[in-house]
Each structure stands twice: as C-alpha cells, then as structure tokens.
Design a protein around this ligand. Structure first.
Ligand code: SF4
Length: 328
C-alpha cells in the first residue's frame, strides 16, 4: 500500500443471505482513496454504492456480511475489528454524511448537544467545556455561526440543517468523509452552498471525500476521480477528465452519453434495459445483457478489473488484448 492511501479496498465481497437466495451486493470490489482526494462513486440504484459505503463504515448487519476481501483504513483492516473498535473508528477516522441527513437531527435537542453526543461515545477524555468548544469549531467549519449551537432544528432552514449534520460528521476531524447524496433533498441554490461547504471543510481539514450520487453534473464540478459501479462490481475507475472525455467501459460511455447536452436541447437518453437482480447475476460480464459491444467471451468469462491505461482501471474484455500487446 502506498503511503498516501487512506483507504485501500481489495477484492471486497459483501453478501446478504435471504430466503430467496444469496444477494451478491459487492463482488470483488477494488478501490483506493488518497489523502485529501475527492472521489465520486456513481451507478444506478442497486449498483452496490451504498453497500460499499456501509461496509467501509463497518455497518453491514445480518442478514448481510463481509464474505471476503479487506478494507484497509490507514493501513488497518476494518473488517477484522470488533464492534467496539469499529465504533471508535467511526467519527474519529471516518465519518458519513447520510442521505437526507437533515431528517436525522433530533428535534428536541439543541444542535450543540447533538454534536457533543457524537463525541461522548469516543472517550476522548475531554471536559464538557472542551467539547462545547469543539462543537463551536465544527459549526464554524461549516460556515455557521457558533450561536446556532444553541438553536433547535426547527429554527433552522433546510440548508442550515444540512450543514449542522455535516458539523456532526466532521466534529472529530476524520480523515475520510463519505457523503451519500448529501444534496438530494435540497433546492439548486442550497445544493451549491452545501457542496461549497463540503469542499471548504475538505480542503481545510485535508480530509478525503467519497461523494456518492447519480448527479454527473455535480460529480464533474466536485470530484478528482470517478468510480463507476454496476451490479455490485466496479466497472471503471478513472481521473475525472478521462472518465468524462474518454470513458472506456461501455457502461461508463453510455452514462456519459445519457447526459443532457446543449446540442440535443437537453434531451435525456436513458440506458436501455434494466439492472440484473443481485441474486441472479448473468454469467460472464454482468453488463453483457445491456452491452451494445458484447462479443464472444462476454457471456462466459468475468472480465478482470485491470489498469488498461495509466490510472484508468476497467473491467471489460474489449481491452484485454490491447493491454497484453502494450505489455509485450
Ligand atoms: Fe460489454 Fe463485454 Fe465489456 Fe462487458 S466485457 S462491458 S459485455 S464488451
């Protein structure tokens, strides 16, 4: 593992055991995150993005479980930690801004007390006054006045509530922040403000951010690299420019082509077909039933996730010979 990696996920398998069969929610997922990096994690619903986030946070609960692989957070495999150790890591080393976060605020508690509550479990050895100071710092970091700590959630606007939730997530200055569609319930202006806030704290604290979502426009503005998931697997990981200008995986190509363009007067082109059931995946490449470029091996052999161009990792048979030729 290179020194500047804060997160290094290798061959991660997450499965859910249901009466209808095993749900393969994450299959041999590989992903790296560098210190201070902004990574976008995209894919349709059911692609495994949220499962991956839960796995990183040690929050996969029965009937689910980690069936294989490792998640190295600052070099330590979090899949091997006890529940208590995992609880200590959450908030301190890694934190999550959940989807619809503002609804997770407790309506009868002052904002400041909710921030302090998130610290108490961690036995930091701090006095109440020190924790209040840290809560105030967290509010300032998300560009809210310290006085907001004395307010109740109903006294805040939607954007302020979302920032208060971000303050809870960053109060202990974690080095990795996972933001799961942090702006999905907000209007466009508030969305922009919240993303500016996340960018601000990310650069101030030097934290790495994984931004999960569907909004490719938001990804284009915010991230350094893009990771594309499909049916529980990683299809492509590439620097943003390459992902948008020269995507390699046919699914990434179709995602990018589906974006509204000025030339097509904003017309949205969906991707034909539906995502497969995660408990009944097709043999070979999971994308083969929808792939316009499928050929011989695609229905039989699972493509390997390989670095086919510098820093551009793809799971697709189209490039395997090309890479072999380049290596020869
Ligand atoms: Fe399409 Fe085959 Fe590549 Fe899968 S491996 S994306 S089916 S070309």
């Amino acid at each position: 593992m290179s020194n500047d990696l804060v997160l290094d996920i290798n061959d991660l398998d997450v499965q859910y055991y249901t009466d209808a069969g095993i749900v393969y929610a994450n299959n041999k997922v590989n992903l790296e995150l560098k210190a201070g990096e902004r990574l976008g994690l995209v894919g349709e619903s059911g692609s495994g993005k949220s499962t991956l986030a839960l796995a990183i946070l040690g929050m996969i609960k029965p009937p689910g479980g980690i069936a294989g692989g490792e998640i190295l957070l600052n070099g330590r495999d979090v899949t091997k930690l006890s529940e208590e150790e995992t609880r200590q890591v959450r908030g301190r080393e890694i934190s999550m801004i959940p989807q619809g976060a503002m609804n997770s605020l407790n309506p009868v508690m002052r904002v400041k007390d909710q921030i302090i509550d998130s610290m108490i479990d961690h036995e930091l050895g701090l006095s109440k006054a020190q924790m209040e100071e840290m809560a105030g710092d967290a509010l300032e970091a998300v560009e809210l006045n310290r006085n907001v700590g004395d307010m109740y959630p109903h006294e805040l606007s939607g954007g302020m509530k979302q920032r208060a939730c971000i303050a809870i997530a960053i109060a202990m200055k974690p080095k990795v922040i996972i933001a799961d569609e942090p702006t999905s319930a907000l209007d466009v202006v508030t969305q922009r403000q919240v993303m500016q806030t996340i960018r601000h704290i990310q650069s101030e604290m030097g934290a790495a951010v994984i931004l999960i979502g569907h909004d490719m426009g938001l990804m284009a503005q915010f991230v350094d690299r893009l990771a594309v998931m499909y049916a529980g697997q990683m299809s492509e990981v590439a620097p943003k420019q390459e992902a948008f200008r020269s995507p390699m995986h046919p699914y990434t190509q179709m995602l990018i082509e589906s974006l509204p363009k000025l030339a097509t007067k904003g017309e949205f082109h969906g991707i034909p077909g539906i995502t497969p059931l995660l408990r009944d995946l097709p043999p070979g490449c999971v994308f083969n039933p929808r792939c316009p470029q499928a050929f011989g091996p695609c229905t039989k052999i699972t493509p390997k996730f390989l670095e086919h161009r510098p820093n551009q990792w793809v799971a697709c048979h189209l490039y395997e010979n090309e890479s072999e030729k380049a290596r020869a």
